[in-house]
Design a protein around this ligand. Structure first.
Ligand SMILES: [Zn+2]
Length: 240
């Protein structure tokens, strides 16, 4: 036991603690059809000049975004100086019933990413009986209203690209560059009633659809972070 070193080490730890980010605030946005909570965790000050929103697993069969954003939250906690001035809101599982069963739709067979009140919505049973007919899409809408994000990123698979809607072209390019072009910028075109169409076209805000490759969830959170984490960091920092 060397008391001097031990005291010095305590001071290092205290100074690290003083610079650590405050714990995330958790909010329940609503419950799924089967009663699973839909949770948002917000990091940073509520009165930050910018707010950004990241959403994973709106399609339950595209689950890789969830471990990636959870790993991203660990980065947020460890590096508060890198994202100061922003509030970062994370919805790790937007479609918890679909996620539990690894299926695309919610428990009622509705594609939540076609259930938003976008101008291009198409009436089909797969899209739900009406816009916002599903508790999960209403929970996401609640987050859009409550947090009023300046930009949004939603994680999907398996189309391997950085897609954008609204004024998101520079942001998409910055994200693609940050991951060494591993996912190229590609416009997929506005899907009817999608979150991308609603946020990008109807609200006029930048929204990124980050399409990861098929099956990458098997790589585990650390490898996902190594491959795509800097893309999320670039999203938080915004286009230069
Ligand atoms: Zn998808």
């Amino acid at each position: 036991m060397r008391p001097f070193r031990s005291a010095a080490w305590s001071m290092v730890c205290l100074s690290l603690l003083a610079h650590a980010a405050p714990a995330a605030e958790k909010e329940e946005l609503g419950k799924s059809v089967e009663g699973r909570p839909i949770v948002a965790r917000s990091h940073g000050e509520a009165d930050s000049p910018q707010t950004v929103l990241l959403i994973a697993s709106i399609h339950g069969s595209e689950p890789a975004g969830t471990p990636l954003v959870e790993r991203f939250e660990a980065w947020l906690a460890a590096h508060p100086d890198r994202w100061r001035g922003r509030r970062v809101v994370v919805i790790p599982v937007a479609n918890p019933d679909g996620y539990a069963q690894r299926k695309r739709t919610n428990a009622r067979g509705v594609d939540l990413n076609r259930n938003f009140p976008a101008g291009n919505r198409v009436e089909r049973s797969l899209h739900g009986p009406a816009a916002l007919s599903e508790p999960e899409s209403r929970a996401l809408m609640r987050a859009l209203r409550a947090y009023a994000p300046d930009r949004v990123l939603s994680l999907h698979q398996p189309l391997e690209c950085v897609d954008y809607d609204g004024p998101g072209e520079e942001l998409a390019a910055a994200i693609s560059a940050a991951i060494d072009g591993r996912l190229p910028v590609k416009r997929l075109g506005g899907r009817p009633g999608s979150l991308g169409s609603y946020v990008g076209v109807d609200l006029g805000k930048p929204i990124i659809t980050l399409e990861l490759p098929k099956g990458v969830e098997a790589r585990g959170a650390e490898q996902l972070w190594d491959d795509y984490g800097q893309g999320l960091v670039a999203f938080v920092l915004g286009a230069k």
